[in-house]
Design a protein around this ligand. Structure first.
Ligand code: ATP
Ligand code: MG
Length: 396
C-alpha cells in the first residue's frame, strides 16, 4: 500500500467509560463516509483511526477531502507505511517526502515509538534518519528548534509510518453520540452555520423549512435544499421537512395586528417544528437567532417565541458578531449559496414597526383571532420530506 491516512482522535480520547462507544461510532462514520470513494479498510488502534485504500481504483484525494470534514478527528495526515527497520524507514521518507525537504530551508525529524520492541529509542531513530537526510539534502539544514519542515516517523504495532506535518481535523465529537436535533433552516447565512455548530457537538441533524409559495419561489426552496446538502458534508445525511406556510401567513396578515406579525409567525414555526422534531426523534430545536440582529431577536421577542415549545432551543450564534458568523459560513462552504438573492418567508408581510419589547400576554391575545391548532394540523398534513446527502447533485 502506497499511502494511508491516520486520523487522530480529539476530545473523545478523554471520555472514559464512553470511549469505546465513541470510537465505534467514529469508525462507523468513517466507513460510511469512505463508501463513495472506493474500497477502504477502516480500523482504530491506540486512539488513531487508520484509513487504508484497498486497491488502485480508490479515489484517495476524494477520500482525503471527506476525512477533513469528519467530526471527532482533531488532526489527520497522509502517510507512507513501511517496514519497521531503519533502512526501510529512511527509504520511505526519501521517496515520500524528499521533494518537500528539497523545498524547505530547514528540517527536523520527530519520532514516536508506540512499539517498545523497536530496537532504537525515539531520539536515536530521529538522529539516525535526520543524519542520513541531512547528507542527502545539503540545501536543507537541520534545525531542531524552529524547523521549516518536520518529518514525522511513527513506529506502531504493524508498521512504521512516515509523514509530513498533520492538518487540523474538523474537531468536535463523532456524529451520533449527542442525539439528534432539528434545525429551522432558512435560506440565510445564519441557520446553516447554526446547524454546523450543533452538528459539531456530535448531534445528528434534521431540518425544517417553511415555504410560502408563491410569495417565495421554487428557487428559494432549491436553495435551502442545497444549503442542507452542503451541511451534510459534515453531518452525514439529513431530511428537509418542507412545510407549506402560505395559509398561516395569510391568516396572520388578515386577522392579527401588524406589529405582531413576525412574532406570531415565529411562534407557529416553533410549534410546528417541535411537533415534527418529536415525531422524528429530535430532542431539541436549532435556530440561527442572534441577539439584537433584528426586531424579532431581542430578549423579549425570544422569550415570546420560546414560550410555545418545551424542548430546548439551541441558538449557537446568539452572542456572535456577523463577521464571525460569515467567517464560519465561508469556511464550511455555505456562504456563496446563502447570499443568492431569493426571498425568505420572513421577509413576506414584514411589519413596518415591529414590536421589539412584546409581552407574552399581548401576543397570546393577538393570536386569539386564529384557530392555531387547525392551521398547524393543516400544515403538518402537507409536509414534503426531501432526503439529502452530500453526493446528491447540486440543485443550483
Ligand atoms: P438566517 O440567516 O438563518 O435566515 P436571519 O438572521 O435572517 O437568519 P430571521 O430571518 O429572523 O434571521 O430568522 C431567524 C431564524 O429563524 C433563522 O436563523 C432560522 O433558524 C429560522 N427561520 C427563519 N426563516 C425560516 C424559514 N423560512 N424556515 C425555517 N426556519 C426559518
Ligand atoms: Mg432569514
Amino acid at each position: 500500500m502506497n499511502e494511508i491516512f491516520l486520523l487522530k482522535l480529539g476530545e473523545i480520547v478523554l471520555k472514559g467509560a464512553n470511549k469505546r462507544q465513541f470510537e465505534s461510532r467514529l469508525r462507523q462514520n468513517v466507513r460510511r463516509r469512505m463508501k463513495p470513494y472506493g474500497n477502504f479498510d477502516v480500523y482504530i488502534l491506540q486512539s488513531t483511526v487508520y484509513v487504508e485504500p484497498q486497491d488502485e481504483n480508490a479515489d484517495v484525494d476524494g477520500a482525503w477531502e471527506a476525512c477533513r470534514a469528519i467530526f471527532g478527528v482533531v488532526s489527520l495526515c497522509r502517510c507512507r507505511p513501511c517496514e519497521k527497520n531503519v533502512d526501510a524507514i529512511y527509504e520511505a521518507v526519501e521517496n515520500y517526502l524528499g521533494e518537500d525537504l528539497d523545498c524547505a530551508e530547514s528540517f527536523k525529524v520527530e519520532s514516536k515509538r508506540s512499539d517498545k520492541q523497536f530496537p532504537l529509542t525515539s531520539i536515536q531513530l530521529s538522529q539516525e534518519i535526520g543524519g542520513r537526510l541531512a547528507e542527502a539534502h545539503p540545501s536543507c539544514r537541520v534545525d531542531v528548534h524552529h524547523p521549516a519542515y518536520t518529518v514525522f516517523v511513527e513506529v506502531r504495532d504493524f508498521a512504521a509510518y512516515v509523514h509530513g506535518p498533520a492538518e487540523p481535523g474538523a474537531g468536535g465529537l463523532p456524529t451520533g453520540v449527542g442525539g439528534r436535533a432539528m434545525v429551522l433552516l432558512s435560506g440565510g447565512i445564519d441557520s446553516p452555520v447554526a446547524a454546523y455548530m450543533i452538528a459539531k457537538r456530535g448531534v445528528e441533524i434534521e431540518a425544517v423549512h417553511f415555504f410560502s409559495y408563491p410569495y417565495t419561489s421554487q428557487l428559494a426552496k432549491d436553495k435551502v435544499v442545497e444549503l442542507a446538502r452542503l451541511v451534510t458534508r459534515y453531518c452525514g445525511k439529513m431530511t428537509v421537512n418542507v412545510v407549506p406556510f402560505t395559509e398561516i401567513q395569510e391568516a396572520i396578515r388578515d386577522n392579527c395586528p401588524e406589529e405582531f406579525f413576525t412574532l406570531i409567525m415565529r411562534r407557529f414555526m416553533m410549534e410546528i417544528s417541535q411537533r415534527i422534531a418529536q415525531g422524528d426523534g429530535c430532542g431539541a430545536l436549532i435556530t440561527g437567532e442572534n441577539l439584537g440582529q433584528v426586531a424579532s431577536q431581542t430578549m423579549e421577542a425570544m422569550a415570546v417565541t420560546g414560550a410555545v415549545v418545551d424542548i430546548p432551543i439551541f441558538m449557537p450564534l446568539v452572542g456572535m458578531d456577523k463577521e464571525e458568523i460569515v467567517t464560519i459560513a465561508r469556511k464550511i462552504g455555505t456562504l456563496e449559496t446563502s447570499i443568492l438573492p431569493y426571498e425568505d418567508c420572513c421577509t413576506v408581510f414584514t411589519p413596518k414597526h415591529p414590536k421589539t419589547k412584546p409581552t407574552l400576554g399581548q401576543v397570546i391575545h393577538a393570536e386569539k383571532a386564529l384557530d392555531r391548532q387547525a392551521l398547524i394540523e393543516n400544515a403538518l398534513n402537507s409536509i414534503e420530506k426531501i432526503k439529502v446527502s452530500y453526493h446528491d447533485e447540486s440543485l443550483l
